[in-house]
Design a protein around this ligand. Structure first.
Ligand code: SF4
Length: 294
């Protein structure tokens, strides 16, 4: 995974070492600081901090129960600070121009800029860095240019594979952590995937459960068992078997996963599932009714 990023980071480390920024005497000072690039095997859950630590230690990427927090007992049992790349990448500009300069970008409590990855059925996909505060509609329609297929946008998933699906009715939502949370969504890593009106949101909801089942580390029951049961129950809904009762069961299951999972993989899977059910109920009608409606 990420071959370009790995190659670029390795080159950057060589440049920094040559410049004396890394090593036992940083820029001739008595302070030591060093960096090493370690490449994981691609498990989604290894983005979770304790799973990441296990992976770095050469173990299976399974989430650790907390406490102890990594800050107390982390990598190889030592106190460890873990930061997202976005946090580290924001440091140079803040050090260079000052906190007030950086804070001047954004809105509410979401300050600074955010690199947004626009993908899916979109005309202008790619990585766009912008200040927080643009509406979702501005990002999708103006930066992304709408769908690549030319058909109307039906849904936009924000926050990666475990983000909520937003319909056009919510395109006035500003790109801001709190504003997204108010609408039962999340910004996550700011990945945006665009879908046109041919998307089947029941299939997307099932895909979320399937993704969770495949990527689950297996440590806790709501995620390990819940995701597989979620697929089965959604299959029943699709087949028109007691659709109402089974949709209620999916909702109940999502509540258990959201509040009972040990980490965000199981805890966030309900976002794409429940947002699909809430905003696109017509896609969850039993198959015969959907065919008749079409
Ligand atoms: S929620 Fe899933 S990935 Fe996270 S600890 Fe539980 S089983 Fe593992």
């Amino acid at each position: 995974e990420y071959p370009h990023a790995v190659a670029t980071m390795n080159k950057a480390v060589v440049i920094a070492r040559k410049a004396g920024v890394l090593g036992v005497n940083v820029l001739g000072s008595p302070n030591a600081f060093d960096m090493e690039i370690r490449v994981g095997a691609g498990a989604y859950v290894c983005g979770e901090e304790t799973s990441l630590l296990n992976s770095l230690e050469g173990k299976r990427g399974v989430v650790r129960a907390k406490p102890p927090l990594p800050a107390i007992q982390g990598l190889f049992g030592k106190p460890t600070v873990i930061n997202n790349v976005i946090s580290l990448a924001s440091v140079p500009i803040i050090m260079d121009k000052g906190a007030a300069y950086y804070k001047d970008f954004g809105m509410g409590r979401s300050r600074g800029t955010i690199p947004i990855q626009i993908a899916g059925n979109v005309k202008h996909g790619g990585l766009f860095e912008t200040a927080f505060g643009l509406t979702l509609g501005e990002i999708v329609d103006e930066i992304g240019g709408g769908t690549a297929s030319g058909r109307p946008v039906k849904a936009v998933q924000v926050g990666g594979p475990l983000g909520a699906y937003f319909p056009r009715a919510l395109f006035d939502t500003p790109f801001d952590y709190e504003e997204f949370a108010k609408r039962d969504g999340l910004i996550g890593h700011a990945g945006i995937t665009v879908f046109d009106d041919s998307a089947d949101m029941m299939k997307q909801a099932r895909f979320a459960m399937e993704f969770c089942a495949i990527e689950s580390c297996g440590k806790c029951t709501p995620c390990r068992i819940g995701s597989t049961r979620g697929m089965e129950v959604l299959d029943k809904v699709a087949a028109g078997i007691e659709a109402e009762k089974n949709l209620a069961l999916v909702t109940d299951l999502c509540n258990t996963m959201k509040f009972g999972s040990l980490c965000a993989l199981g805890g966030f899977t309900p976002y794409p599932v429940m947002s699909s059910i809430t905003h696109f109920p017509e896609d969850f009608k039993p198959a015969p009714a959907r065919v008749a409606a079409e």
